[in-house]
Design a protein around this ligand. Structure first.
Ligand code: PLP
Length: 511
């Protein structure tokens, strides 16, 4: 681990005391990046709880205002770049830690203002930020955070800064890429998978912590110094206190073999080859106006690109490429866009491989775009028909048939006038039957009153007289109006009937 720390050019504070007596750090070969990130988060959590204790006494010391351990845990909040691998969120779930994913900009970078604003917002709510996971070489688009930006913010608020450099960290061994490590002096722990980009087979994830005592206190208990056996000068380190398992695989041996086999220069050559091939591929994408590049400005050995336009086109392209069984690519999402990741992995990859890959991509893209164009033509034809139909409809909305308009106006007028009287008395609705049968004209003064009573007792009998010719029309609105006109006639008939005249005069004498 110390060898790796040195040849990757990471800060000396990560070295073990074996190599650097003034250092407090420790390197451990973990199984995976997910595991390393989970451990870092737990170490940070336990450290935060320890730091909070003097500010918030326990229930035992202060039964009223004291805080339990659960209370303290509930106050903590962690952050990560929203381009982080899903294992960061999973680590938070496993550690019962509240986590907020910070919005990255269009290059996939979390700006210090974003981090700062979120910290202040959370602190105003009474939360305590304690951990931030920055990223160098995100899984989706190899974006990388600027540690010189987020580092000082984390330092100011005593936030444990972890850097997930699982894939891209191997590139740190190249001196010309040293600028990518700027700001590592603010980092408290980091992980780099040699099984991703350093030719070591799975599993071999380099994991460093700046203060080993913080890791030990979390996993060996707060009294680890008195309860665990300590080798003089911590040599060799007792690695069982840096993870879940107390026994470990000998991962170091295979990494040792890789380093001895290739040498540092051999590893650098391998990385540089991929970086320059990625640049070649990037140039092909840039030259072709059908495509666009996505993500960070430095691509390491992975170029993320997409077909301009709908996501479905890029998705189809990715499917077609993989179905060809010549090359394999894994899609991802970046700011709601589907992107394809062209990753250089093979040890002996060369320019011909990149050309072949590009030719295959070009071929499938041409086919897919041609199909899409045909579909688009169909869509456009359908849209034109639709537009014409709409124009037609709109014309008839604005310019209705003149006869129809007149009838409509009349209908609305009559409907308005009769709405009230319609509701007034059900009797009117069938009064003409009574009138027609001539009851009141032929000397039966009670016929109308008894018919009225009959209608009130049997409301289902209340209905229109549908037999008149002028009621026969297919237009529902006109039909309604015609009915109303009919009722108006009935109303006046009833009003002028001898019976109602008689009752009116009776009422007036009563008054
Ligand atoms: N972090 C990054 C940036 C990754 O790209 C990946 C995997 O692709 C991981 C973490 C998770 O790695 P592991 O499979 O070693 O847990």
């Amino acid at each position: 681990m110390d060898w790796c720390c040195k040849f990757l050019g990471l800060p000396a504070f990560f070295l073990s005391t074996y190599s650097e007596p003034r250092s407090h750090g420790q390197g451990i070969l973990q199984c995976s990046a997910s595991e390393a990130i989970f451990y870092s988060m737990i170490w940070a959590r336990e450290d935060a709880v320890r730091q909070l204790r003097p500010r918030f006494p326990s229930k035992k010391d202060d039964p009223v205002n004291g805080k339990t351990r659960a209370d303290l845990l509930n106050m903590l909040v962690a952050y990560c770049n929203n381009e982080c691998h899903c294992c960061v969120e999973r680590a938070a779930m496993m550690g019962c830690i509240r986590i907020r994913k910070l919005k990255a900009d269009k290059k996939g970078v979390v700006r210090s203002t974003t981090l700062l604003n979120t910290i202040e917002e959370d602190m105003a709510k009474g939360l305590i930020p304690f951990f931030h996971c920055a990223i160098i070489g995100s899984t989706g688009v190899t974006s990388y955070d600027d540690l010189m930006e987020v580092g000082p913010v984390c330092q100011k608020y005593h936030i444990w800064l972890h850097v997930d450099a699982a894939y891209a960290g191997s590139a740190f061994c190249c001196p010309e890429l040293a600028y990518l490590k700027q700001g590592y002096e603010y980092v408290w722990s980091t992980n780099i998978n040699t099984n991703k980009w350093m030719m070591c087979n799975f599993e071999a994830s380099l994991h460093w912590v700046r203060y080993r005592t913080k890791a030990l206190a979390a996993f060996a208990g707060p009294k680890w110094e008195s309860t665990t056996y300590q080798y003089p000068n911590n040599v060799p380190p007792d690695l069982k206190h840096y993870g879940v398992a107390s026994s470990r695989r000998l991962r170091a041996y295979k990494l040792y073999c890789v380093i001895r086999n290739y040498g540092v220069e051999g590893i650098r050559r391998y990385i540089r080859n991929h970086v320059s091939l990625a640049r070649l591929f990037e140039a092909y994408v840039e030259r072709d106006p059908r495509f666009e590049l996505c993500g960070g400005s430095f691509r390491f050995g992975l170029v993320t690109f997409r077909l301009k336009g709908y996501n479905s086109l890029t998705q189809k392209l990715n499917d077609a490429i993989n179905a060809s069984h010549k090359i394999h690519m894994v899609p991802s999402h970046f700011h709601d866009k589907v992107v394809i990741r062209f990753a250089l992995c093979a040890e002996y990859a060369n320019e011909r491989d990149v050309d072949d890959a590009w030719n295959a991509i070009d071929h499938h893209a041409t086919e897919i775009l041609h199909e899409a164009q045909e579909e688009f033509k169909n869509d456009r034809a359908m849209r034109d028909t639709f537009v014409q139909q709409r124009k037609h409809d709109t014309y008839f909305d604005y310019f209705p048939h003149p006869d129809h308009a007149e009838k409509l106006a009349e209908a609305q007028h009559v409907a308005k006038n009769l709405a009230k009287s319609l509701a007034e008395d059900a009797l009117i609705k069938d009064a003409d039957n009574t009138a027609v049968d001539g009851s009141w004209g032929n000397g039966d003064p009670d016929a109308f009153a008894s018919y009225d009573k009959k209608l009130r007792d049997n409301p289902e009998m209340v209905r229109f007289n549908f037999d008149e010719d002028y009621l026969h029309t297919d237009d529902p609105q006109l039909y309604k109006v015609a009915s109303m006109l009919h009722l108006a006639m009935l109303q006046s008939t009833v009003a002028n009937s001898p019976e109602s005249k008689k009752s009116k005069s009776r009422h007036s004498t009563d008054v």
